[in-house]
Design a protein around this ligand. Structure first.
Ligand code: MGD
Ligand code: MGD
Ligand code: MO
Length: 768
């Protein structure tokens, strides 16, 4: 049985609140999964689909980028992976009749949840200048429109090519090749809003912007620090790895303003005993203030330096640079300032130090809680200092572990989706294709919005994602997007970006991970099912092959869309064999093998083992650090932390349990005890009392920015919640309207969406 999408909208947002749960997963998770999956796909398709997730002959889960491991369970997926699959494999359809019935202006008043729930888009759609509705268009005409607008630009740099992290290696490689052949490095991607701060910090300090640990390392660690990450919701399979590490004797410290379920207690749904009993994964919970992490790690570093024999002097001498300067800065760290920045007690920090000193193999894992602040890059560099001090990089059971978001966000970068490509990469690309790539840098996400706003960019093309939904400063961004001449979205599902358009707009529907991508046989036979490849958070490359009949016969694969667009735009002037690439993805992989280091004999290695291979990582494999100094670099940035004026709170914008970024699966955040609504703001009871805010009161969130400007998000229900003092939390994307476009991390330019100073004012829009 497949349920209908929600009929009414705006969706009734009436949150019900119960105490937060301590345990993650378990039987209730399995029941919840099956309910959502069967509503979208029906029973048979649910079974057929879920059994193929993350199997060697199946498709890569479109959820998170956590690796699969070598021994796979029959059901190698988690509750939230299953929701991601159900969302894509849904039987609901958005047809040309749908667009005829709903003018764009009407769709622009619908919630993101409602739009997403309408189903898979079945045909290319075109919104001509001045038209009220999208109309069906042929693929040929769609590509001609793109060519018309792109060739009319006065410079290739007036075009923007955005990528979200679900795109396969093959499609990503073609897109960056096309952009560069066309003449621009304007390749912003979701990474700019996600782990850019990690990449910036790691490139500089260890010489490669990727994590250095494997699953095996996690299983062997003595100590795993999980900072600024909510794996119970966003990387549920990571909990199994932590459970295994713990069984082997590891200790776990979590650093978070919120007590997140899963770390507190985890009931492994893949083992019978785990399902029933569950165990606490956390050995120590440091309930830190938002933005206090750099101060915490700096003080821990000072304490390590002051402990006899704690520093790995051999490693420091042989493999690092900048130790003296760093040590001087760390010795100056101040207890009082650290306690103020972190909100932690002296005893808690001393307890953490004991665990740090007792560990010979330490891993630090992190996600958005560390990357989306003004001082994120120095914060992550301080984490690197912390690991370098005791030689915790490049040995088993130790290292850096930035846990990636989108399932192929890391691979897209490896394939060259980057606005600031390395000269060596461009040299290799140019040599292989006989082109001349531009050497000047392109626009990242924030600069792309500024360019649209200022009239410097006129065509916006997105390979997936929901640009206006995911980016900050919603009103500014939407106004900027409306100034474009043409907006184009390659998409599976309807979202906000399709209804906030340029003068003309196109929606190009594509195959998702679960869809079968069949290459027709020349002899009229059954044809072969094609596969693509992805790279997970730990640098493992493997195949992904869909097994479901596509959502519609009119869909094209992502590589086919790029190849046809390139032919339409570049015409006879291009010597690149775009037709061959569209026909046979193996020929794309042959080129990747010659351009991207680590992919030598790409096709042959996949044929030998579809389970994949690991990309080289010099610090991990040989303790070699390909930085400017040739060593791992200690750094000594001044300690920063957010200063919040009297009567204000520091707001972080985060994910609920029932969403995937801007895709809303449902209105519950089960582990946090919230049901039936998303407009909630979590506030510590004592802060709420000081501000005169009863639990259940309705408030507007007003953000205050340094230039004196204010932004307002109306009508949030106050929830008294055990967060760190002075901190608040609310869901994104509803709160993106509060994040000023100019509020970004130093160096990485990532929107500071976890550090928003807000005032809570009584709401006129109370809907309770
Ligand atoms: N089901 C599901 N899975 C997902 C996603 C999804 O939306 N849904 N999104 C995917 C993507 S793209 C990404 S990037 C990841 C995101 O994965 P996460 O980073 O886990 O996602 P967030 O919900 O943003 O959670 C941020 C966490 O950091 C904590 N935090 C906030 N500020 C601070 C701080 O200053 N210091 C510390 N120490 N902690 C802080 C928050 O309390 C929260 O626990 O998940 C991926 N996986
Ligand atoms: N305030 C605030 N803002 C944030 C964040 C935050 O924590 N707080 N997190 C940031 C982070 S970490 C990220 S990664 C970004 C996410 O930014 P995006 O990646 O741009 O956003 P998503 O919501 O993941 O995109 C969902 C859309 O992708 C399309 N899609 C899904 N699967 C496919 C596919 O296989 N192919 C194609 N072509 N399209 C597909 C569907 O149409 C769907 O509507 O948001 C960022 N924005
Ligand atoms: Mo992300």
């Amino acid at each position: 049985m497949v349920s209908k999408p929600p009929a009414g909208d705006p969706v009734q947002d009436a949150p019900q609140v119960a105490p937060p749960q301590h345990a993650a997963a378990g039987l209730s998770a399995v029941a919840h999964t099956l309910r959502i999956a069967q509503a979208q796909m029906g029973v048979a398709r649910t079974a057929r689909t879920l059994l193929k997730v993350n199997q060697k002959d199946g498709f890569d889960c479109p959820g998170c980028a956590w690796p699969e491991g070598d021994k796979r369970h029959v059901a190698e997926f988690c509750e939230n992976g299953a929701k991601a699959v159900a969302e894509e494999a849904t039987l609901r359809r958005v047809t040309p009749e749908f667009f005829a019935a709903h003018p764009v202006a009407e769709l622009a008043n619908r919630s993101g949840y409602w739009l997403g729930q309408q189903g898979r888009i079945t045909q290319p759609m075109y919104l001509p200048e001045g038209a009220e509705r999208y109309e069906p268009v042929t693929w040929e005409r769609a590509f001609a429109i793109i060519a018309e607008e792109l060739t009319a630009l006065s410079s290739p740099d007036e075009a923007l090519f955005y990528t979200s992290g679900r795109t396969s290696n093959e499609a990503a490689f073609l897109l960056q090749l096309f952009a560069r052949e066309f003449g621009t490095n304007n390749l912003p991607d979701c990474s700019n809003m996600c782990h850019e701060s990690s990449g910036s910090a790691l490139n500089e300090t260890i010489g490669i912007g990727k994590g250095s640990v494997s699953l095996e390392d996690l299983h062997q660690a003595d100590l795993i620090v999980v900072a600024g990450q909510n794996p119970g919701t966003n990387h549920p399979r990571m909990l199994s790895a932590l459970e295994k590490a713990k069984a082997a004797g590891a200790k776990i410290i979590s650093v978070n303003p919120l007590p997140e379920a899963g770390l507190e207690k985890f009931k492994n749904p893949q083992t019978a005993t785990g399902m029933l009993r569950g165990a606490a994964l956390n050995d120590l919970f440091l309930q830190i203030r938002i933005g206090g992490d750099q101060a915490l790690f700096r003080l821990l570093n000072k304490l390590v330096l002051e402990t006899d024999g704690a520093v790995d002097t051999v490693f420091v001498r042989e493999h690092t640079h900048g130790y003296e300067e760093f040590a001087a800065a760390a010795r100056a760290a101040d207890w009082d300032e650290t306690l103020a920045a972190t909100g932690l007690s002296r005893t808690e920090i001393e307890r953490a130090l004991e665990m740090v000193l007792a560990s010979k193999r330490t891993i630090v894992c992190w996600a958005m809680g560390l990357t989306q602040h003004k001082h994120s890059v120095p914060t992550i560099r301080e984490v690197v200092n912390f690991l370098l001090l005791r030689g915790n990089i490049g040995r088993p059971g130790a290292g850096v572990c930035p846990v990636r978001g989108h399932s192929n966000v890391q691979g897209d970068r490896t394939m060259g989706i980057f606005e600031r490509p390395a000269p060596a990469f461009l040299d290799a690309l140019d040599k292989e294709f006989g082109i001349v790539s531009p050497r000047h840098h392109g626009f990242d996400v924030v600069r792309s919005i500024q360019a649209l706003r200022d009239g410097q960019a006129k065509v916006f093309f997105a390979m997936g994602g929901n640009f206006v939904g995911a980016t900050p400063d919603t009103e500014v961004t939407e106004a900027a997007m409306r100034r474009a001449r043409l907006t184009v979205h390659v998409s599976t599902k309807l979202n906000r970006s399709h209804v906030v358009t340029g003068t003309r707009a196109l929606i190009l529907p594509t195959l998702g991970r679960t869809d079968k991508d069949v290459r027709a046989s020349a002899s009229g036979g059954k044809g072969t099912v094609r596969f693509v490849t992805v790279e997970d958070s730990m640098g493992l490359v493997h195949t992904s092959r869909g097994n479901l009949p596509p959502a519609s016969p009119h869909l094209l694969s992502e590589p086919a869309i790029v190849a046809r667009m390139a032919r339409a735009v570049l015409g006879a002037g291009s010597a690149t064999p775009w037709e061959e690439f569209e026909e046979d993805y193996a020929t794309i992989r042959d080129r990747i093998a010659r351009v991207v280091p680590g992919f030598e004999d790409f096709n042959a290695r996949l044929a030998a083992d579809p389970g994949g291979f690991a990309l080289p990582h010099a610090p991990r494999d040989e303790r070699r650090f390909p930085t400017a100094t040739g060593k791992a670099n200690f750094t000594a940035a001044p300690v920063e932390y957010p200063k919040v004026p009297e009567g204000r709170l520091l707001l972080q914008t985060l994910r609920s349990h029932d969403q995937y970024n801007t895709t809303i699966y449902g209105l519950d955040d089960r582990y946090r005890g919230i049901k039936g609504g998303r407009r909630v703001v979590l506030v510590h009871p004592e802060d709420a009392a000081a501000l005169g805010l009863a639990d259940g009161a309705y408030t507007d969130l007003v953000s205050e920015w340094t230039d004196g400007s204010e932004r307002r998000a109306p009508g949030f229900r106050v929830v008294h919640y055990p967060t760190a003092r002075g901190c608040a939390a609310a869901y994104y994307p509803e709160t993106n309207v509060l994040v000023p476009l100019e509020s970004t991390a130093d160096i990485s330019n990532t929107p500071a969406s976890k550090s928003v100073i807000v005032r809570l004012v009584p709401s006129a829009a109370a809907t309770g």
